[in-house]
Structure formats: structure tokens, C-alpha cells
Ligand binder design. Structure first.
Ligand code: COA
Length: 349
């Protein structure tokens, strides 16, 4: 050991031991969903909509709604504890915590800082939020992979969590029917002899010309909170559904193809797509383009709707714990959301 390496610094030990050739693997998954179920029929009681319209346009039948008083960090903590338990680690083992969310508890500090404290992480464990909307989990996983492969970190916790029910306009039938609350988390660590869960490829991207298609106008520095902003509901989600739909079909296909090319796999070698759960019709169109039928997709949007950055880790956790995903199978993750920011990953389970 050189004099510049601290004996208790796990990252320097890792750099020394493995260099940059080490891979990254998902070693534990967890999720948390609120108990309250709000069905399409429930929405149709107060809104000019119907179960038939929502199901046929989106595939969504219900969504979960966080209890009053429950915060984003509460769901994130519970999902993280389950992921840590599955990985056999504790908060003290973590070198980095990445929280993908657009619904932080507060603008300051980061939700990751709150989780850091609640999980008892070390003070030399980094923690920060990533704002890439529904694409956020793929961004977090890419960061985790890079940190671990470069030897800068050994264990990274990636959380996707959203409390969207507090930022949607419950009188706008074009948006509120789509979204739900929930959290999912994965622990990413270095590959070992078994190498299950290895992240084989990741790809990211943004089309910044579409920033207006899914946005919250007020509440930031452009338009600070005000009575007028609230009266005009500019602090709530606004969306051009058709623009987002077209972008999703195009970029989810493209970014998935980039990950597949990166690791030299073809679509027929993918056992399961674990996609961002936005809309059944979007996924059918992406499946057509990639040549992967929806029968090979892990889908839960009928039960949970669109939980943004949480949707992939929730679906992954359910499919892993349910025995749907089996060791050795190839998984493709893909997600797109506001920004429009998108990403994908290929994992060998
Ligand atoms: N119930 C009943 N009618 C509804 C409705 C609802 N929940 N939402 C919209 N409509 C109405 C519209 O008002 C419109 O009525 P009009 O013709 O009288 O004006 C009609 O349905 C068609 O609206 P349109 O927006 O063209 O519908 P669409 O076929 O594009 O479907 C979405 C709307 C939102 C379902 C669809 O655009 C979509 O899923 N886009 C992607 C959104 C998404 O996934 N965003 C998150 C990405 S992370």
C-alpha cells in the first residue's frame, strides 16, 4: 500500500486489486408500493373518463397512491432496505447512493442525502439525485456501472422513486390517468466468479428539442412559486401526449438497439425486456421495431400505471422475486421521459 492510500478506503483497495477490468453486476433488488389502489373506475367517478378509454389507450387499469404524510424518501428507504437485504449488505457498505427522481421530498437537500442518513451510510459515501425523469433509472445504473468498472466504487445503490400523485393535475384527464407512485432499488457491485446480474451494456441520450412536450413550468428559477402560478396550475405536470408517444417509440427503439450493438447481442437473444411502463401501445410499437413481442416483456403497468423512474426497478424486483427472471437470461431495460431523456441497458441475470 502506498502512503496516499488510506487503509480504510475501500475504493483505493479496489483500484489496487482489480484495476479497470472489473465488471458491474446487480446483486440485490427491492421495491415499495403504497397500499392505496386507485382504479380507472375510481377516477371515472370525478373525471370525464372511463375504464374502457384508459385501458384501450394505455393498458393501465389502476395505480397506487401514497398515503398522506408518506414522503418520497419513505418509499425510497423501504425499497432500499429490501434491496440491501437481498444483497447481504448494509448501508455502511455503500460507496455511492444515486436517487433518480423528479419528486424529491424538497428542492434542498437531495433526497439521496436523506436516504444516506436513514440507511446509516458512511460519510465517505457519495449521495446525490439525478433528474432524468422516467429515464432516470437507466442514468443511475449507467453511473453505477461506470463507478464500479473504473474502480472508483465497490457498491452503489441506485433508487428510482416517484410520488407523482402530488404533482399531477387531478382535473386533467389527459395526464392524471397515466401516473402512479412507487419506488424500486438495486444494489450494484463488482462482478465475482458467478457474475450473475452483470451489466453488459448501457446507452443514454436526450432530444432537448422536445423539452416542452412534458414539463412543469412553475416552481423553479424560471417561474418561482406564486399564487398566480398555483391558480393557473403551472406547478403541475403538462404534457403533449402525442408528441411524447412518437418520441418514445422512436427513441426507445434506437437506444435499445445501441445497447444491443454494444454487447453484440441480437433481439432474439433477449429473454425479457423490462421496460419503462408508460403505455402498452408504445411498448407494442417498440416491440414491433425491435422484433420482440410483448409476451417477452415484463409488464405491470396494468396494476401500477406509469411510476416514472421507479417503473423498471419495481418490475425487475417483482420478476426476480417471482421467479420469472432466471439466472443466465438476458434482460433489456429501456426508458424515456421528460427531457426527452432516454436510456437502455442489457444485463445477463
Ligand atoms: N378519458 C377520456 N378521454 C380522454 C382522456 C381520458 N382520460 N384523455 C384525453 N381524452 C380525450 C381528449 O380530450 C381528446 O378529446 P377531443 O378529441 O374531444 O379533444 C381525445 O381523447 C383524444 O385525445 P388525444 O390526446 O389525441 O388522445 P391520444 O390517443 O393521443 O391518447 C394519451 C392520449 C395520453 C393516452 C397518449 O397520447 C399517450 O399515451 N401518450 C404518451 C404519454 C406518456 O406515456 N407520457 C409519459 C411518458 S414517460
Amino acid at each position: 500500500m502506498t502512503s496516499t492510500q488510506h487503509p480504510q478506503d475501500p475504493t483505493s483497495a479496489l483500484r489496487h486489486e482489480a484495476g479497470a477490468s472489473r465488471g458491474a453486476r446487480i446483486i440485490g433488488t427491492g421495491s415499495d408500493l403504497p397500499e392505496e389502489i386507485r382504479t380507472n373506475f375510481d377516477l371515472a367517478r370525478t373525471l370525464d373518463t372511463s375504464d374502457e378509454w384508459i385501458r384501450s389507450r394505455t393498458g393501465i387499469g389502476a395505480r397506487r397512491i401514497a398515503a398522506k404524510g408518506d414522503k418520497t424518501s419513505d418509499m425510497a428507504r423501504r425499497a432500499s432496505q429490501r434491496a440491501l437485504e437481498a444483497s447481504g449488505l448494509t448501508g455502511r457498505d455503500l460507496d455511492m447512493i444515486v436517487v433518480a427522481t423528479v419528486t424529491p421530498d424538497r428542492p434542498l437537500p437531495s433526497t439521496a442525502s436523506l436516504i444516506h442518513h436513514q440507511l446509516g451510510a458512511r460519510t465517505d459515501c457519495a449521495a446525490f439525485d439525478v433528474a432524468a425523469a422516467c429515464g432516470g433509472f437507466c442514468y443511475g445504473l449507467t453511473l453505477a456501472r461506470a463507478q464500479i468498472e473504473s474502480g472508483l466504487a465497490r457498491y452503489v445503490l441506485v433508487i428510482g422513486v416517484e410520488l407523482l400523485s402530488r404533482i399531477v393535475d387531478w382535473t386533467d384527464r389527459g395526464t392524471c390517468v397515466l401516473f402512479g407512485d412507487g419506488a424500486g432499488a438495486v444494489v450494484v457491485g463488482p462482478t465475482d466468479a458467478s457474475s450473475t446480474g452483470r451489466v453488459l451494456a448501457t446507452a443514454l441520450g436526450v432530444d432537448g428539442s422536445l423539452t416542452e412536450s412534458l414539463t412543469i413550468v412553475a416552481g423553479g428559477s424560471e417561474e418561482p412559486p406564486s399564487d398566480e402560478a398555483i391558480a393557473a396550475k403551472r406547478h403541475l405536470v403538462r404534457m403533449n401526449g402525442q408528441e411524447v408517444f412518437k418520441a418514445a417509440v422512436r427513441y426507445l427503439s434506437e437506444v435499445s438497439a445501441r445497447s444491443l450493438t454494444q454487447c453484440g447481442l441480437t433481439p432474439d437473444q433477449i429473454d425479457w425486456v423490462v421496460p419503462h411502463q408508460a403505455n402498452q401501445r408504445i411498448l407494442e410499437a417498440v416491440g414491433d421495431r425491435l422484433g420482440i413481442p410483448t409476451s417477452r416483456m415484463v409488464l405491470n403497468l396494468e396494476r401500477y400505471g406509469n411510476t416514472s423512474s421507479a417503473s423498471i426497478p419495481i418490475a425487475l424486483d417483482e420478476a426476480v422475486r417471482g421467479g420469472v427472471i432466471k439466472p443466465g437470461q438476458h434482460l433489456l431495460f429501456c426508458a424515456l421521459g421528460a427531457g426527452v431523456a432516454f436510456g437502455s441497458a442489457v444485463v445477463r441475470w
